[in-house]
Design a protein around this ligand. Structure first.
Ligand SMILES: [Ca+2]
Length: 500
């Protein structure tokens, strides 16, 4: 057994995920990223609200002049270098807004539309990080301006991410003027993001967000990619996975927060090599995880065997349910899960026994309640939105699993908004490991829908027989291209089962 997972035991939501498309840091400085008037209002309201560990953490915005691609903008203010080989000229500005670093790029022949980019989780570190959109070349060559915030806080602070991204959008015209370029306000503003940034993207367009956020920004369309679209249900999944794993290894009654003491033994019981060679008990875990993550489907096998990403998932085990101090109490609730050891949706006697054996985790129903001082600590993706959404998700993602899309679908349908949501399954085995073309296709599909009322094609993510088809995901999966996509994505895609 390789004990690679043990070395990441201390990582937060996933630790440092530096995969294609999952940019840097995240978290934001929520309520304090605002106009003076709304700040003071928030401060007044804040008196009645409890504090939390995240509030006391401090963060450092990077100095734009120290970036490896630093280049002064035309008027001498901080900027960054042009994209190599870009066919259009742009203005590029870097700076700090309300404690969050940002980058903005505006083509000289700007089309009047702004795309906000929300990056993924950076980790439990103090240094903030700005990440540029993976489809930067496409955006600027099509005339779009883009802007990206580091957010003013790290950790899993979606509240800060939404506030700081909105604040940057609201300040776009003002920043341009300060840099010597007079622009009109964007006539369309869109939002796209990866992973935790997909959560931010989904949350940013929610009615509850418009009502409770301090920095109020409306969006005309959204593209969440590999997004945490089930919001806190992601942490329920981690909890269920852990409790099933330890039960299969003979530790059903060990407290969830006691995992570090049994981690090695659990892994040794379930794998001869983590996670590519499961034992008989490990094969049962594989079934459990398959159904927790979206059901029988192509690329699940490759995803389960992706030991690097699985190590990140196992690194979340043993937590106390507060998402590392984002909440004050645990929100994790596993009671609704039915653990499947086979592909029959019914419960066999063995499954019944197993479900009785696995410990339930029960969170505090108020752990992530509505607040009077702004967004919830973990903003919700309720499925209450009024703009077109095109989401993409890889089928083999064990970290932010495909089931997030199924949850989003059900929530949108429950609120009568299923007609505004198009989802696309991508045949890849990791987290956010999309090709550039898949991301460009999703973006253009959303734009054409928002602006020309042409609803794009998508995949049914909830019908089990459809999702289980061996060709599921072929419709929107696009080949990796050498020199365009990362070497890792190019290599990985060659190992995926062909669609033809
Ligand atoms: Ca069954």
């Amino acid at each position: 057994m390789k004990r690679t997972a043990l070395s990441v035991g201390g990582l937060a939501l996933g630790g440092m995920i530096m995969m294609t498309g999952c940019g840097g840091s995240l978290d934001g400085a929520a309520a304090d990223a605002t106009s003076a008037a709304s700040v003071s209002l928030a401060a007044q309201r804040n008196v009645m609200e409890e504090a939390r560990e995240q509030n006391s953490r401090t963060f450092v915005a990077p100095d734009p002049a120290k970036a490896t691609d630093y280049e002064a903008a035309a008027n001498g203010s901080p900027g960054f270098k042009a994209l190599a080989g870009a066919t259009v000229e742009t203005d590029r500005w870097a700076g700090v807004l309300n404690g969050a670093a940002y980058r903005i790029e505006v083509p000289r022949n700007w089309n009047g539309k702004l795309v906000m980019y929300a990056h993924g989780y950076v980790g439990t570190v103090g240094n903030l990080l700005v990440t540029m959109p993976s489809i930067r070349r496409h955006l600027i060559e099509q005339g779009y301006a883009w802007a990206a915030s580091s957010y003013s806080k790290n950790w899993y602070d979606v509240r800060a991410g939404v506030e700081d991204t909105n604040a940057l959008a609201l300040n776009f015209k003002k920043i341009a003027a300060e840099r010597g370029r007079v622009v009109r306000a964007p006539h369309k503003t869109y939002i796209i993001g990866h992973s935790m940034g997909g959560h931010i993207t989904g949350a940013a367009i929610e009615e509850e967000t418009y009502k409770t956020v301090v920095n109020k920004q409306k969006y005309d369309g959204a593209v969440p990619m590999c997004g945490v679209l089930g919001d806190t249900e992601l942490f329920d999944y981690f909890g269920a996975y852990q409790m099933a794993a330890q039960a299969l290894a003979g530790y059903a009654n060990t407290p969830s927060t006691g995992f570090s003491a049994i981690a090695g033994s659990v892994m040794g019981s379930l794998f001869t090599t983590f996670t590519t060679a499961p034992t008989d008990q490990g094969m049962k875990l594989r079934q459990v995880v398959k159904h927790l993550t979206g059901g029988e489907r192509p690329i699940f096998s490759e995803g389960f065997a992706n030991s690097g990403l699985q190590s990140v998932v196992w690194g979340t085990f043993g937590r106390d349910g507060t998402v590392n101090g984002i909440l004050n109490k645990s929100s994790v609730d596993t009671r609704r899960f039915v653990y499947q050891l086979d592909d029959d949706p019914g419960l066999s006697a063995e499954e019944q026994t197993f479900n009785d054996l696995v410990q339930d985790l029960t969170g505090d129903p108020d752990a992530n309640r509505l607040r009077s001082d702004g967004l919830r600590w973990i903003p919700k993706v309720n499925g209450q939105f009024k703009v077109p959404v095109v989401s993409i998700h890889t089928l083999g993602d064990m970290y932010v699993p495909f089931s997030m899309e199924q949850i989003y679908r059900r929530r949108a349908e429950a609120n009568g908004n299923g007609n505004l949501l198009v989802q696309r399954a991508i045949r890849a085995p990791s987290h956010c490991d999309f090709t550039i073309q898949e991301q460009v296709d999703a973006f253009e599909a959303m734009i054409n829908w928002a602006e020309n009322d042409v609803k794009p094609a998508g995949d049914d993510v909830v019908t089990p027989s459809t999702v289980a088809d061996s060709r599921y995901g072929c419709a929107h999966t696009r080949p990796a291209v050498q020199g365009v996509d990362s070497a890792g994505v190019v290599a990985t895609r060659q190992r995926m089962p062909a669609c033809s």
